[in-house]
Ligand binder design. Structure first.
Ligand code: ATP
Ligand code: ZN
Length: 210
């Protein structure tokens, strides 16, 4: 039986559950439960924090997972990606205080930047030849400039209203993300076949939605 890890509660949860249901897979889900078994497909669903999903799939605790590409790449396991799922689209952007002068990425040389994505940001800046001081914080990144913790930030943006509300303006897109299906790389032949069945259904659901 395949074990699929999805986010317990957050921006990925509802679309992940809907996708599985639209694949014709039936299961009961109760909010207090940490796992459920499907009744008509060899699938067990685990409900986890999204940050834990790449590691569990890498280790084989779960066979499959649904997670944002941003979290997957930051965790350092991009090779686990099987396919994009088309939801939870967002971008990781650099932003500076509205009044700050900014002409190009070179203006970030030596600047302190707060982010929850030090790996993705560090790789991006290195590719641009920029050396900055990254401060890794796990949440409320947008307030860092106003409290003097950093001069710029790099965070998830979808509409931009949170940035605006914190007096920031977006200056560079660092990474574009969507939800992706991921899989352990050493699945048994039987599980590999079940994964292919699941992918076949997911692709049919996505075609039908278009
Ligand atoms: P958890 O408690 O599971 O750790 P979280 O707070 O880290 O949850 P969420 O805010 O629920 O995470 O976001 C989960 C994922 O959804 C993000 O990693 C990203 O891929 C995507 N996402 C985040 N913000 C947006 C947004 N505004 N619009 C669309 N997708 C988003
Ligand atoms: Zn998280």
């Amino acid at each position: 039986m395949l074990r699929l890890a999805i986010q317990k509660s957050g921006r990925l949860s509802e679309d992940s559950l809907n996708l599985i249901r639209e694949c014709g897979i039936n299961f009961l889900s109760a909010s207090y439960k940490l796992k459920t078994e499907a009744t008509n497909f060899p699938l067990e669903i685990l409900y986890l924090r999204d940050d834990d999903i790449p590691g569990y799939v890498q280790d084989g605790v779960a066979d499959l997972g649904i997670v944002g590409q941003n979290v997957l790449v930051e965790a350092g396991f991009p090779e686990l990606e099987v396919e994009g799922l088309g939801f939870s689209k967002c971008r990781l952007s650099l932003a500076v205080p509205r009044a700050a002068a900014y002409d190009s990425i070179q203006d970030l040389q030596g600047v302190s930047i707060a982010t929850s994505y030090p790996k993705i940001l560090g790789d991006y800046l290195a590719g641009q030849g920029v050396r900055a001081n990254l401060h890794t914080i796990s949440g409320s990144v947008e307030i860092a400039p106003s409290i003097g913790l950093a001069e710029a930030i790099c965070d998830i943006v979808s509409s931009g209203s949170t940035l605006l509300g914190n007096g920031l303006r977006e200056v560079e897109t660092v990474f574009r993300s969507e939800a992706v299906l991921i899989a352990n790389q050493t699945l048994s032949a039987e599980k590999q076949e079940q994964l292919e069945q699941l992918q076949f259904r997911m692709q049919a659901v996505r075609r039908a939605r278009r």
